[in-house]
Ligand binder design. Structure first.
Ligand code: 5GP
Length: 183
């Protein structure tokens, strides 16, 4: 794909195929269903990136749940800006409730740490974190993750909800993204 700035955006072969992702989603949903048996939860998706993972995962979790979303960002293109912005907050009150926070990818940990703190101040009964992808080698702030789909190396990935400049979110698989100058 050609970029307006004379750079080519290159998407490699699937790094994680749709089938691999769906198998992992099932595995995570089974673990979550077992752990929360007998409880009601509120599943909170961090948008936009988690929208696809969130919707596949909640379909397979077998405990009663409410859902809500928080819209946050910390990134400018492929570089972490290190600053967080909440664009839209929760609609639901989470006091005394079992919160399952669902994220697409944890990189530096800044986003999750910020949202985690924000939600803990609202006194939930419990708060667990589920992420599909974990770039552990990039971590700047230590964050406990309860459910991790895949640990991946330090590549910038797109697809399955993850974007580059808001593109590629609709790919059903995850691929490594590169940008090259055109000669
Ligand atoms: P962190 O705050 O942990 O550095 O970054 C978390 C957010 O940065 C994610 O929710 C995601 O939006 C974005 N991000 C981090 N790594 C990647 C990546 O490899 N690809 C894409 N598309 N977004 C990423």
């Amino acid at each position: 794909m050609l970029h307006q700035t004379g750079k080519a955006m290159i998407i490699g072969k699937p790094f994680l195929t749709s089938r691999q992702i769906q198998n992992k989603v099932k595995e995570l949903a089974n673990r979550i269903s077992d752990d929360y048996e007998g409880k009601d939860i509120i599943a909170i998706g961090i948008l936009k990136g988690a929208f696809m993972f969130f919707s596949d995962l909640v379909k397979l979790i077998q405990v009663p749940m409410d859902i809500d979303f928080i819209v946050a960002s910390s990134y400018v293109k492929t570089q972490s800006a290190g600053e967080m912005e909440i664009h839209a907050d929760l609609r639901e009150d989470i006091r005394g409730r079992h919160v399952l926070l669902i994220e697409d990818i944890v990189d530096t940990g800044i986003t999750l740490n910020f949202i985690n703190k924000l939600l803990l101040e609202r006194s939930p009964a419990s708060l667990k974190i589920c992420t599909l992808l974990d770039k552990r080698s990039c971590r700047q702030i230590d964050t406990d993750l309860d459910y991790v789909g895949y640990q991946i190396p330090d590549h910038y990935v797109v697809g399955y909800g993850l974007d580059y400049e808001n593109k590629f979110r609709n790919l059903p698989y995850i691929a490594v993204f590169k940008e090259e100058n055109i000669k």
